[in-house]
Design a protein around this ligand. Structure first.
Ligand code: IVH
Length: 706
């Protein structure tokens, strides 16, 4: 059939052609692999694949999900034998800056005794971060593939190499040398790497750290059906043994290799000066994030092959080539999205979803954005906000990672900002549960007030609910909560108390038949839960896991409000804006109104009210003991300071409370007594200034009579 020249293909034609090729190649794959009855020659088959690949290269955005490039296969399994390289596979020297590149060019000239101004061309191309592979073609047929190994001897990975779509089984053209060892790099694209890892995470829980490891691990599989399922790619950039004639320059041979059917890198360029080389390096580094695969620098090669021959090698590196590396710890990539994660206390943390990029040897696709303000004006490494440098999805950003540090987005390239981009609007509702997300004055963090109903917070709060100082349910720890949560057996605290009713029987949905449980442990758990159907008010308040309500505050609140109903009524009043209820709370707590705000937010949320109602239908909350109104210290506020001789501070505190006092941490006009032990400092001074009654330890013991 008359095929349209690829160069003349419009987008619609290309799309149609890719669809046709996908179908046709799939058909021939089936004939060849599963039915063992090919209908066309290998040569014709390869031509179809090459045509497909060429169109895909020109229209990468049209690459189909079912692209034949993703689907390859020649199921052959064999162990790795060793293969000696007739021409060794070498490594490259490195240059880290422009000066070193200039020195390289000068060395070449000096070696060749060339004048400074005599023309000398170099090729420049991406340094692919993968692993080297040598493909031996005899009379155009792929007969052997070998890894680099130690450079002299590699592993025979022929069966695996045959499964790589970019590795043609035949080279086509009348100028293909009789023997041609094509050399290049096996690699994995970012998207294929991400897909593979997602698949592996699901199947085995193990993932590859970066595409390079994934490519190496996949190529060196003893079972080539495994390699076949891995989306490997290959760029040819050089050659080993050759029998036959080649063109006279590196660039001409590479062009020929492309014509023969090998995949060569489209970014290869010719440079006529060090300036050109450095321009190329800058341009490639800028485009690094858009290539779709990892590169770690630029390779420059002397273009003229006769000169390459004269230059030869020094130890294991060619004198005619050098790698110009990119800086390692900062990478440029695209911020694809900003996602909001919800933490244990409901904090909304923005996370950068990045186009995967390798930074310091690890693929990074997430990085922290700290908080709302960080997005509004990104600083440098740990620097404060910079006006006008906000982050938007679609932005080209710099990602920094050193050692084990969590990757950070450290800068944005405003010159690359897409025209249609819009400032990121930080959500004021929780992305997990839809509740309000509020930011308190002076706080950098916005928090979801969804409390118990927010799934992200709920599981952490459940763990807190059952913990030792809260409801203290024996045999129900974080691990069990996590498992019950996964199974949907416990979604809120009330569900804990319904476990027996729902899952106490026989059958599959019975706790005793669940993995990790038996009749005895199930019984024990149900008993432990029953023992906690009545909870003291202070424990109950603490167990709710409301922000700012630690154990001490819970105890204080319990002593102040005495009953759950009184407490709840007051909190609902506060949530509804009742000022006197608010002031009463502030008066108890005295530490500003962050607690009041947290409580108001919690009780103002309908979801929390529902969860509480459900819980209270299962649990009885015991009233707190009324304060000792007859105690010698009833209604008094006491502050303790200094070193005590006779009792621990905790015991003194307990005595004081038993005598009806409130123990406070700081001296104020409301303090009635300061108990000052040895070496009392600023509190004593302040108490004296305020004219507060100061007691020695002996005075104290006499006062409370113990
Ligand atoms: S040429 C004799 N070109 O980098 C010269 N190597 O650090 C041989 N590499 O072993 C190498 N991209 O695995 C060359 N465009 C490229 C390359 C490249 C990646 C790898 C190759 C080599 C290693 C040396």
């Amino acid at each position: 059939m008359g095929e349209i020249d690829i160069d003349g293909l419009g987008e619609d034609d290309a799309r149609a052609e890719l669809a046709r090729l996908a179908g046709e190649i799939a058909y021939h794959d089936a004939r060849y692999h599963t039915e063992d009855a090919p209908e066309i020659s290998d040569r014709d088959y390869d031509a179809l694949r090459r045509r497909n690949a060429a169109i895909e290269a020109k229209f990468p955005h049209l690459i189909r999900e079912d692209s034949p490039t993703h689907r390859v296969g020649a199921p052959v399994a064999e162990g790795f034998s060793k293969i000696a390289h007739t021409v060794p596979m070498l490594s490259l020297g490195n240059a880290f800056d422009g000066e070193e590149v200039a020195e390289f060019a000068a060395r070449v000239r000096k070696f060749l005794k060339m004048d400074e101004d005599a023309p000398l061309a170099f090729t420049a191309e991406p340094k692919i971060d993968g692993l080297a592979l040598s493909l031996r073609y005899e009379n155009g047929n792929l007969v052997q593939a070998a890894t680099r190994g130690d450079g002299r001897e590699g592993e025979n990975v022929t069966a695996n190499a045959r499964t790589i779509a970019d590795v043609p089984r035949n080279l086509i053209g009348d100028d293909v040398p009789e023997i041609f060892e094509a050399r290049g790099e096996v690699y994995m694209s970012h998207t294929d790497f991400a897909d593979l890892n997602a698949r592996m995470a699901e199947e085995s829980g193990r993932v590859f750290a970066n595409p390079r490891n994934a490519a190496a691990g996949s190529l060196r599989q003893l079972d080539s059906t495994v390699t076949k399922a891995r989306p490997l790619r290959f760029f040819a950039y050089g050659w080993g043994e050759v029998q036959g004639t080649l063109a006279e320059t590196q660039s001409a041979v590479i062009a020929a290799m492309g014509r023969w059917g090998l995949t060569v890198n489209p970014r290869m360029n010719r440079c006529d000066s060090v300036e050109d080389m450095l321009d190329y390096h800058r341009a490639l580094e800028a485009d690094r994030a858009d290539l779709g695969y990892d590169i770690d620098g630029v390779v420059y090669k002397v273009d003229n092959l006769a000169l390459q021959g004269r230059l030869g090698f020094r130890s294991r590196e060619p004198r005619w080539a050098i790698a110009h590396k990119f800086a390692a710890e900062v990478a440029t990539t695209v911020l694809e999205a900003i996602e909001i994660q919800v933490g244990r206390t409901g904090s909304l943390t923005p996370v950068a979803k990045l186009r995967p990029v390798t930074v310091g040897g690890v693929v990074v696709s997430n990085a922290t954005l700290h908080n709302e303000d960080y997005i509004k004006g990104i600083g440098g490494k740990g620097e404060p906000l910079r006006e006008g440098r906000d982050l938007r999805p679609g932005d080209t950003v710099q990602v920094y990672r050193a050692g084990d540090v969590i990757p950070k987005v450290v800068d944005v390239d405003l010159s690359k900002r897409p025209k249609n981009s819009a400032a990121f609007i930080f959500p004021d509702t929780c992305p997990q549960c839809g509740s309000d997300a509020v930011r308190e004055e002076g706080e950098a963090v916005r928090r979801c007030v969804g409390g118990l109903i927010c799934p992200a917070q709920a599981v952490e709060r459940l763990k807190h609910f059952v913990s030792r100082n809260a409801a203290d349910i024996d045999g129900l720890g974080a691990k069990q909560i996590e498992a019950f949560w996964q199974d949907g057996w416990i979604k809120q605290a009330a569900d804990i108390y319904m476990l027996e009713e729902r899952y106490g029987g026989d059958g599959l949905q019975a706790l005793k038949n669940k993995e990790g449980w038996g009749p005895r442990s199930a019984e024990n758990l149900f008993r432990a839960i029953d023992e906690r159907r009545t909870l003291p008010l202070d424990r109950f308040l603490f167990a709710l896991g409301i922000r700012h309500v630690g154990e001490g505050t819970a105890a204080l609140l319990a002593r102040s409000y005495l009953s759950w109903d009184a407490f709840r009524n007051a909190m609902e009043a506060i949530a509804a804006g009742d000022k006197s209820a608010h002031d009463a709370l502030i008066d108890i707590h005295r530490t500003g109104d962050s607690l009041a705000k947290a409580l108001a937010a919690f009780f103002g949320e309908a979801h929390n009210q529902d969860s509480l109602d459900a819980l209270l239908s299962q649990v009885t909350v015991e009233d707190a003991d009324p304060p000792n109104v007859e105690g010698v210290l009833a209604g008094k506020t006491v502050v303790i300071t200094g070193t005590l001789q006779h009792k621990s501070r905790d015991e003194v505190k307990k005595d004081a409370e038993a005598a009806g006092a409130k123990v406070s941490g700081s001296v104020s006009a409301k303090t009635d007594y300061l108990l000052a032990g040895e070496k009392a400092g600023s509190k004593l001074k302040k108490a004296e200034e305020l004219g507060i009654k100061v007691l020695t330890e002996d005075d104290w013991l006499a006062l409370i009579g113990t």
